[in-house]
Design a protein around this ligand. Structure first.
Ligand SMILES: Cc1cc2nc3c(=O)[nH]c(=O)nc-3n(C[C@H](O)[C@H](O)[C@H](O)COP(=O)(O)OP(=O)(O)OC[C@H]3O[C@@H](n4cnc5c(N)ncnc54)[C@H](O)[C@@H]3O)c2cc1C
Length: 496
């Protein structure tokens, strides 16, 4: 029997699409090139440590509202995930002594920030309160496909004010809103960093919808760490998928999306095997989908246009570190951001992101040790055309530059090292199957908020995209949104 839907890739976007469709009774097959599900939300085990591949600051695992999309996706297929509340989203270590914690409690965060910028007290509150307005609109409605007119009509009649609010913010960027209320240049730099640390672009290019979501949900559903590691989310979704009758195959690398009379009808694997489906969903990036899985010379016009608006963000240099617990002072927070010079915020090796998940879930490391995952933007071009020994040497040099900088916030890190593994953009490309190891699309220039970000349907009938190359972009909760929307649109198209 033909599959109702074939999903290429088991990232969180692909798995949410698959589980939502399976829960509605569709026959779904997920094809994953790697050994385990999760993509950038996967994990790997080394010498008693369980390292997250990427994501570790997790939104969407809350209990209330409608924006807790990971919790909702899991419960749709009768599984659940224990979540450990993180009391502080980020501890910033920024230039000019701007040392600041983003507390889970909104008022406490505003107080912490105002203590550094007392002359901007009103502006700070007005900016973040405006972000809360965006969030309240989002958090009052079911988040499904914006490509489905009947849903849009229903939501509009149920929540007219929230819809009008969102329509107003859709073309806006966070930087423009911030500058209405804030004048202090250093504070504006801080707002840039608040955006950059998840959108990887400054506030001028960060859509207000995404900023409103992140800057508010951290104080509502909060940042929560999944017990057992981030990889658990994908594992649980697969468990739910299979319970609901869906199937997943690993080591199943799709090399071609098959079309007949211009319509997507199936896929071909690297081993030559062919699977047919009524609908094909690609969870690979748009660059991989339209240049690798389909003939690049037949790229649809709107995809070319999209590439004129969006480019690949850099990838990362990742240090997966095991350290003696004595390295971390009492009261150390789970997530840190380190930058010494504002001018270098967006440069390769400028901003360093740090996650210490064992502070929330000690079972991820051997007794008496912690995990430190440190990563910083890096471009693939700097890692090409190297001999194996040059590559290893370059990795080591780069890793020690980062460790030296981290010594400032974790004195004794070098002496307390127990394990170190370094990943480069090449590692990200290879293991995550993402062109150039990119973190995802970023605007080439200032755009109208989220207006240019495509939804799930593509110019090729029968082919849909899901994940961070679609509305609303990167992050686990964002790609879960994309998954809900994609499954909703397909279910309507197939009459489920
Ligand atoms: C270092 C790092 C840190 C991050 N930190 C955070 C964070 O703290 N919080 C947060 O929310 N987000 C974070 N993110 C971003 C987040 O992880 C991603 O936005 C999200 O996981 C992307 O999900 P996705 O569904 O789009 O696809 P992916 O995770 O890219 O998954 C796609 C899947 O498709 C498979 N695939 C690709 N091509 C094929 C093919 N041809 N055949 C078969 N299978 C294929 C891949 O193997 C992969 O499993 C981070 C990312 C990185 C890299």
């Amino acid at each position: 029997m033909t599959n109702d839907a074939i999903v290429i890739g088991s990232g969180i976007g692909g798995l949410v699409t698959a589980t939502q469709l399976a829960a509605k009774g569709a026959k779904v097959l997920v094809l994953e090139r790697y050994l385990i599900p999760g993509g950038s939300a996967g994990y790997f085990d080394r010498q008693g440590y369980r390292f997250d591949v990427g994501a570790s600051m997790i939104f969407g695992l809350g209990q209330n509202g409608t924006t807790n999309l990971l919790t909702r996706a899991l419960s749709s297929v009768n599984v659940s995930q224990e979540a450990i509340a993180d009391p502080v989203q980020i501890h910033y270590h920024l230039p000019q002594g701007l040392d600041l914690k983003v507390d889970r409690v909104y008022e406490k965060f505003l107080q912490n920030l105002t203590a550094h910028f007392p002359h901007q007290e009103k502006g700070i509150r007005r900016f973040y309160d405006e972000c809360q307005k965006v969030f309240k609109c989002l958090n009052s409605m079911d988040l499904l496909s914006l490509e489905e007119p009947r849903y849009l009509l229903r939501v509009f009649f149920q929540h007219p004010l929230a819809c009008l609010g969102l329509a107003k913010y859709l073309p806006q960027n966070a930087g423009d809103v911030a500058r209405r209320y804030i004048k202090d240049p250093q504070l504006l730099k801080f707002i840039d960093m608040e955006c950059y640390c998840w959108s990887v672009v400054p506030s001028d290019m960060t859509p207000m919808i995404n900023a409103g979501m992140v800057f508010s949900d951290r104080h509502y559903g909060g940042v929560n760490y999944p017990k057992g590691g981030v990889g658990q989310i994908a594992q649980k979704l697969v468990e739910g998928l299979e319970k609901a009758g869906g199937k997943i195959q690993y080591q199943a690398r799709v090399t071609k999306i098959l079309t007949e009379q211009g319509k997507a009808v199936g896929v071909q694997l690297a081993n030559g095997k062919v699977y047919r489906g009524k609908r094909i969903v690609s969870n690979a990036t748009r660059w991989d989908t339209f240049a690798q899985l389909l003939p690049p010379e037949e790229m649809p016009h709107n995809e070319k246009k999209w590439q004129q608006n969006y480019q690949k963000s850099p990838s990362f240099l990742s240090l997966h570190i095991g350290v003696k617990e004595s390295v971390l002072a009492a009261g150390t927070e789970c997530h840190h951001i380190l930058l010494e010079d504002w001018e270098k915020m967006t440069a390769a090796e400028g901003t360093v992101f740090v996650s210490i998940p064992t502070l929330l879930d000690p079972d991820l490391a051997p007794n008496g040790y912690h995990i430190i995952h440190a990563f910083t933007p890096h471009y693939i071009d700097d890692w090409q055309k190297l001999s194996p020994s040059e590559y290893e040497g370059k990795k080591e040099e780069a890793a020690w530059r980062i460790i030296d900088r981290l010594e400032k916030i974790f004195p004794g890190l070098d002496a307390g090292l127990d394990y170190l593994e370094v990943g480069t953009p090449r590692t990200h490309r290879r293991f995550l199957g993402r062109e150039d190891g990119t973190y995802g699309p970023i605007p080439r220039r200032k755009l109208w908020g989220l207006l240019n970000m495509p939804f799930n349907r593509t110019a090729i009938p029968g082919l849909y995209c899901v994940g961070d190359s679609t509305f609303p972009g990167q992050g686990l909760n964002a790609v879960a949104f994309s998954g809900f929307a994609c499954a909703h649109r397909i279910a309507v198209d197939l009459g489920f």
